[in-house]
Write a protein that binds this ligand. Structure first.
Ligand code: SF4
Ligand code: SF4
Length: 338
C-alpha cells in the first residue's frame, strides 16, 4: 500500500514582477525572447563573465547559468554593470539525471595520449602538455569527445549539484529557475516543487525537456503539475538536440518539430498550450526557420553552445558586436503577438 502523498503547496502570488522579469515576460509574449544559455554544467568563471557581458550588452532578455552561488554573484555584477535594459538571471537545476548536468571523467590508465579527443572539444577543456588534462570547469558534458577516443578512456558522469541548489535558489539575484528533466515525471516534479516551494515563489519558471520520449498525457500532467503549484505563469523550453553546437541549416529542426508536437498535444487535449520556447541546435539559421508560419507560435530561443562559441576568444568589443548580431536576429518584432 502506498503512503498518501502530501498535497501540492498552494500558489501564493508575488507582489509584482521586477523590472527584469517584466521585460523578459513581455519578450515572451511578443515572441522575441532571447536567452543566453551559459550551461547547467559550465562553471569556468572568467568565460561565464565574459560571455554574459557580451550578451547583456547585446540586450539578451535572460542569462541562464549553473546553480553555483559564486557564478551567480559574478553574473549579477555583469548585469549591474551593463548599460542595457535589465536582464533576468536564471538558474538551471536538474530534476533527475538530465544530460545537461554531466562532466567528463578520464580513465588515466586507458589513455594513450593520442590527442584525438582534443579537437572535438568546443570549450578547449582538454589539453595534452605531458599527460592528458581536462579542465572540469570548462567541461560542460557535451559528450563530443567520447566517441573520438580509441581506448574508451572518456566517460560521462553526472555533475552533482544537489548540495548547491539551496544557495542558488536563495540568492537574491536569482529571478528565474529552469527545471531540466529527462524522464518528464510529474511525481518527481511534484516532490521537487514541494521541497523548494518557499524559494521558488517569486521566480519565473521554465520547464526544459524533450517531449518525444514520453506519452503526451504524461507530458501534459508534468506541465500541469507546475502550473498548479507555481504562482507565476511558466513557460516551456522544448529541447531538440541538446549541446549539439551544430551550425547545419537544419540543426534546429528537431527542436522546432518537438515544439510543434508539444503544442498539438495540448490542443488535442482541448487545453491552452503554454508559452513555448526552443533550445538544442539553435544557430544562425534558426531565426529564418522561425519565420515559417508553422512556427510562429514559438516565443523565442535559448542558445548555448553556438552563442558561446561565437564570442569565445574575442575582445570585449568584438564579442559585444557579434553577440548583438546574433541576439537581434531573434528579437526583431517579426512574430504576431498572442
Ligand atoms: S568535448 Fe564536451 S564532454 Fe568532452 S571535455 Fe569537452 S566539453 Fe567536456
Ligand atoms: S582520445 Fe582517448 S586515448 Fe587519445 S588522448 Fe584522448 S582520452 Fe587519451
Amino acid at each position: 500500500m502506498s503512503l498518501p502523498r502530501p498535497p501540492l503547496p498552494k500558489p501564493v502570488p508575488p507582489a509584482s514582477f521586477s523590472a527584469a522579469q517584466a521585460r523578459m515576460w513581455e519578450a515572451l509574449l511578443q515572441r522575441r525572447f532571447f536567452k543566453l544559455i551559459g550551461g547547467g554544467s559550465f562553471t569556468q568563471a572568467d568565460k561565464i563573465a565574459a560571455v554574459s557581458q557580451a550578451y547583456l550588452t547585446a540586450g539578451a532578455d535572460c542569462i541562464d547559468i549553473a546553480p553555483d552561488a559564486s557564478l551567480i554573484g559574478l553574473v549579477q555584477q555583469e548585469i549591474q554593470n551593463a548599460q542595457s535594459a535589465p536582464a533576468v538571471l536564471m538558474v538551471s537545476v536538474p530534476l533527475d539525471p538530465d544530460p545537461h548536468f554531466r562532466k567528463i571523467e578520464l580513465s588515466e590508465p586507458d589513455c594513450i595520449r593520442c590527442g584525438l579527443c582534443l579537437p572535438a572539444c568546443p570549450t578547449e577543456a582538454i589539453s595534452l602538455p605531458d599527460a592528458l588534462a581536462i579542465s572540469q570547469d570548462l567541461c560542460y558534458g557535451c559528450g563530443r569527445c567520447v566517441p573520438t577516443c580509441p581506448t574508451d578512456a572518456l566517460h560521462l558522469l553526472p555533475f552533482q549539484v544537489e548540495s548547491q541548489i539551496e544557495a542558488a535558489l536563495s540568492h537574491p539575484a536569482t529571478e528565474a529557475v529552469e527545471i531540466h528533466s529527462h524522464y518528464v515525471d510529474p511525481y518527481m516534479l511534484e516532490a521537487f516543487l514541494i521541497r523548494w516551494q518557499p524559494l521558488l515563489r517569486n521566480k519565473l519558471m521554465a520547464l526544459c525537456f524533450r517531449p518525444e520520449a514520453v506519452p503526451a498525457e504524461q507530458m501534459i500532467r508534468f506541465v500541469q503539475t507546475a502550473q498548479q503549484a507555481h504562482p507565476l505563469p511558466l513557460f516551456l523550453q522544448i529541447d531538440g538536440a541538446p549541446m549539439s553546437g551544430n551550425d547545419h541549416p537544419e540543426a534546429s529542426c528537431p527542436a522546432l518539430q518537438a515544439a510543434r508536437y508539444t503544442r498539438q498535444a495540448f490542443e488535442i487535449a482541448g487545453l491552452i498550450p503554454p508559452i513555448i520556447t526552443i533550445s538544442g541546435g539553435i544557430n544562425g539559421h534558426t531565426a529564418k526557420l522561425l519565420q515559417h508560419p508553422e512556427y510562429q507560435f514559438i516565443a523565442g530561443v535559448g542558445m548555448g553552445t553556438m552563442a558561446r562559441q561565437a564570442v569565445w576568444n574575442l575582445s570585449a568589443k568584438e564579442a559585444a558586436h557579434q553577440a548583438q548580431r546574433i541576439t537581434q536576429a531573434f528579437q526583431q518584432d517579426r512574430w504576431r503577438p498572442f
